[in-house]
Structure formats: C-alpha cells, structure tokens
Design a protein around this ligand. Structure first.
Ligand code: CA
Length: 226
C-alpha cells in the first residue's frame, strides 16, 4: 500500500507518516499543493491524504485538478474545517472521504483501508477520454462510438487522443504535426489532412452528429455542438 500525504504542517505530516509506516505502508509527503499535484500525477498511489489549507494550491482545488486529469485514486480529506459546507465542498471537488482534525489515528487507518479496498474491488482503473458518445480507452487502446468499437491504427489513435484532449479548441496542422507526429517543421504536404480524413471516415462518417470540424484557414476543432 502506497500513500501520498499532502500536508503543510511538518509535525502532523511526520506523525501521520510514521504511523502509516508502522503499518508497513510506503509513504510520500508533499508540503504544498503544487508538490502534491506533481507527485500524484507522476506516481501510483493507492490512496491520497489531503489537507485543505495548503500553500500554492489548496486541497479543494487540488482534488478538483486531479479528477480533471482523470486520476481516480481515492482521496481522503483531512482538515480542521468541519462544517457540513466544508464537507460538501470536499466531496464536490472529488474527495471520497473526509476526516476532521483532531482525529484518532486508528480511525484514519480504518478509513484508508476501506478506501483502498473499495478501489481495488472496483477493478482495474480505467482511463477514459470522452466527447459526446465517443470514448477512448487509453489503457486498452480502444475507441468506441455509440458503444461500438472502432478499429484505429496507432497514428489514428494518437490523432484522436490529441483532438479529444484539446476538444473545444482550434488546433492547427502545425500543432498536430508537432504533437502527434513529432515533426518540427512545415512539411508542406497534406499528410495531416489525409490522416484527419481517415479518422473522419471512421468516427464521423456514419454518424449524423459530426465531431471533427474544419476551421478554414486555421485547422480543425473537435466539438460536440456546432
Ligand atoms: Ca494546512
């Protein structure tokens, strides 16, 4: 079991770290929200213990940010803020549980175990990107539209992933060449257009509701509504 503690009070962080290590858990500590964010997004944790009042990025913002990045790791908010509104803000931001300071250490352990268990029973963590009825499963490298699987080549998959990650934003052919093909010069060819057309045939052609739109003179945009 690997735990991330995001807590700016060194004494409390050290106390929780020591207690969890006595349970043979592996513990990392971040002392502000920014450090918490980079650790959470670059390592695998079974559970995250998150303070609310933190320097740089507060706990609510951090929980929100991690959920927007599709991180599903269970989050337990640990905070002195104990009103019902604080709890609601915590859950709205994406927390899974809430413990008010001061707390019994034994209760923290029990709750972390429960979160970890619930998470491991819910099966492997899925990593989905979605727009309208189109979804991209990044773990299994599968695309589906309206529930039906669409066969894509690796490049088409990369192109679609780029479009979905930038949905609602115009992307130029140069952006696509750089980010999907890793080409850092103007190819002067219509390679990008050719691939976008391949992709359109697979994900849009048979559907009334088109997702990839040409923006004349600028590039392309993926969006749900015209
Ligand atoms: Ca604090």
């Amino acid at each position: 079991m690997k735990v991330l503690i995001v807590e700016d009070e060194p004494k409390l962080a050290a106390f929780v770290k020591k207690g969890l290590e006595e349970q043979s858990w592996e513990v990392d500590v971040a002392f502000d929200g920014q450090m918490g964010s980079s650790l959470a997004l670059s390592n695998h944790y079974d559970v995250i213990v998150l303070d609310v009042n933190l320097p740089k990025i507060n706990g609510f913002e951090l929980a929100n940010l991690l959920r927007r990045e599709n991180l599903r790791t269970p989050i337990l908010m640990l905070t002195a803020l104990g009103t019902i509104n604080d709890k609601i803000s915590g859950f709205d931001a994406g927390a899974d549980d809430y413990l008010v300071k001061p707390f019994e250490f034994q209760e923290l352990i029990v709750r972390l175990r429960a979160l970890q268990k619930r998470n491991s029973e819910s099966g492997p963590v899925t990593n989905l990107l979605k727009i309208a009825d189109l979804e991209l499963d990044l773990n299994e490298r599968i695309a589906r539209r309206g529930g039906n699987r669409i066969e894509l080549t690796a490049k088409e998959f990369g192109l679609l992933e780029y479009f979905i990650r930038n949905k609602g934003r115009v992307v130029s052919r140069v952006d696509i060449a750089e980010k999907v093909w890793d080409i850092h010069f103007d190819t002067g060819t219509n390679t990008i257009d050719v691939y976008v057309n391949f992709l359109r045939k697979k994900i849009d052609k048979e559907f009334e509701h088109k997702l990839i739109h040409t923006v004349v003179g600028m590039g392309y945009i993926m969006k749900e509504f015209q």
